[in-house]
Design a protein around this ligand. Structure first.
Ligand SMILES: *[C@@H]1O[C@H](CO)[C@@H](O)[C@H](O)[C@H]1NC(C)=O
Length: 460
């Protein structure tokens, strides 16, 4: 009994020490996602499917679709789930989707890695954190340098990695239900066929496999891309109006807030996770602070020389407290909690490894600052699926024009997508899907089978 309790505590401490968050990418480029189509529905048999010629796409296909015509881009891939595929619509059967329309696949180019709204924090924290009471600074809503990144199984996606940095480090990346947590595993993935369709932009992702080495926590590391993050988040709208007197500007956050910001110095022995649990257990669970939300993290504060030029940066612990109070009460609960925190530090600061700190407060006469709240959620465990084929189009505008039903994708590499050709006299010609394994000529067009290897294949 005693030993199992000790074991449990050990596990909890281990989990607490890691502090890494799990961030899940929300959008996908799946064929069956209605919002990916301009008409807000998935194409049916009599529709004409249109991918822009210059669009670069990776499209996951979950089930079988009958098609009339499909225009494919010059570059891209289809990922066919086991049992999925396309069949040619022979015109004899109307599935009840009307006389057909032209459906265009939405442009996936705009989805930026640095848009906080495209990420969901799915960390399942094992401590006693009251749900929804801890929020993340905007820069932390995008994966931090020691975070785990999850791309959901059975989805395709395309992410723009334009960054002010050349390299964006993360601890691990999960793709198709498989976690890649070493530089080698990631390098191997990058050499595979899909990475080029999934990631574009001028930075590269780096999987370090290392977690934050300091008990005092690690800064998120996204501040160099802070402007990019805020531009994505706010677009044209700008920050919401706040009516507290001179709103506070927490580091790492895009908009001002009403409430309190506590800034703490720390010594090497300071333990961020333990301290956070202390704040949560001592105050955040009290009814009188029921409306207060907290963000706590290590941030880098710029030091200025003579109050003018930025000179260097010092790491500090920043606690942002906002509350749901209104009117003249705005920020008062947060202010009170900040005072309690400072009182605790005056008393126990030595033992906690906190030599001192400061508080800024903004209270007012109207609604307080609104900050984004992220509830912790369990990580959805996806099934690992059989990924069958990557259909890659290079230099081909595919034009499905075959009468009669054809069925593809019945099992791993047991049937074949045929890539059709291609170029005639240097011009793009139509391509069609076919089920033979060997290259052959049809009406002057050479048809090539797409192999299961997944490697890029060139043909002439
Ligand atoms: C990458 O491109 C963006 C424009 O999208 C630019 O602002 C940024 O400075 C570039 N980054 C590097 C490292 O060149």
């Amino acid at each position: 009994m005693g030993s199992s309790l000790a074991f449990l505590l050990g596990v909890l401490q281990l989990l607490a020490a890691t502090m890494a968050a799990y961030k899940k990418w929300i959008p996908n480029t799946n064929f069956e996602t209605t919002s990916n189509w301009d008409k807000g529905r998935v194409p049916c048999a009599s529709d004409v499917i249109h991918f822009e010629k210059d669009e670069v796409v990776s499209v996951f296909v979950r089930s079988t679709h009958a098609l009339t015509d499909m225009y494919l881009p010059l570059n891209g891939e289809f990922l066919l789930a086991s049992g999925s595929g396309f069949t040619a619509f022979d015109g004899s059967w109307d599935p009840g989707c009307g006389s057909g329309a032209v459906l265009s696949f939405g442009n996936a180019e705009q989805h930026s890695w640095f848009n906080p709204e495209l990420w969901q924090d799915v960390s399942s924290r094992v401590d006693l954190e009251p749900a929804g009471r801890i929020f993340l600074l905007d820069e932390e809503r995008v994966p931090c340098q020691y975070d785990h990144v999850i791309f959901q199984p059975e989805t395709s996606f395309r992410v723009n990695l334009d960054s002010s940095r050349r390299v964006i480090p993360v601890q691990s990346i999960s793709l198709m239900g498989q976690e890649l947590s070493s530089a080698e595993a990631w390098a191997e993935y990058l050499r595979g066929p899909s990475a080029a369709w999934q990631f574009h932009g001028n930075a590269t992702l780096q999987v370090t496999g290392t977690r934050c080495p300091h008990s005092s926590g690690c800064a998120c590391g996204n501040s160099q891309d802070g402007d990019r993050i805020c531009a994505s988040l706010l677009r044209a709208e700008g920050c919401p109006a706040l009516s507290c007197h001179s709103p506070l500007r927490p580091l790492g956050h895009c908009c001002g807030v009403c409430g309190a910001v506590v800034t703490l110095d720390f010594k090497p022995e300071f333990d961020l996770q333990q301290y956070r649990d202390r704040v949560v257990q001592a105050w955040l669970s009290l009814p009188r602070y029921a409306g207060v939300q907290m963000a706590i993290s290590k941030v880098h504060r710029a030091q200025t020389f003579l109050g003018l030029l930025p000179r260097s940066s010092t790491p500090v612990i920043q606690i942002v407290l906002v509350d749901g109070e209104a009117g003249t009460q705005t920020g008062t609960a947060a202010e009170q909690l900040a005072a309690d925190i400072m009182g605790d530090i005056a008393q126990h600061g030595e033992a906690l490894g906190i030599p001192g700190g400061s508080v800024e407060v903004a209270t007012g006469s109207a609604l307080g600052g609104q900050a984004a709240i992220h509830a912790s959620r369990q990580i959805a465990s996806g099934t690992v699926l059989g990924l069958l084929f990557a259909l890659l189009l290079l230099g081909a505008l595919l034009y499905l024009h075959k009468k009669g039903k054809l069925r593809y994708g019945q099992g791993p590499c047991s049937s074949v997508w045929l890539m059709l050709d291609i170029r005639k006299n240097g011009f793009l010609e139509r391509a069609a899907m076919h089920r033979h394994r060997l290259p052959r000529e049809v009406g002057g067009i050479t048809i090539h089978p797409w192999r299961c290897s997944g490697a890029m294949e060139m043909w002439h």
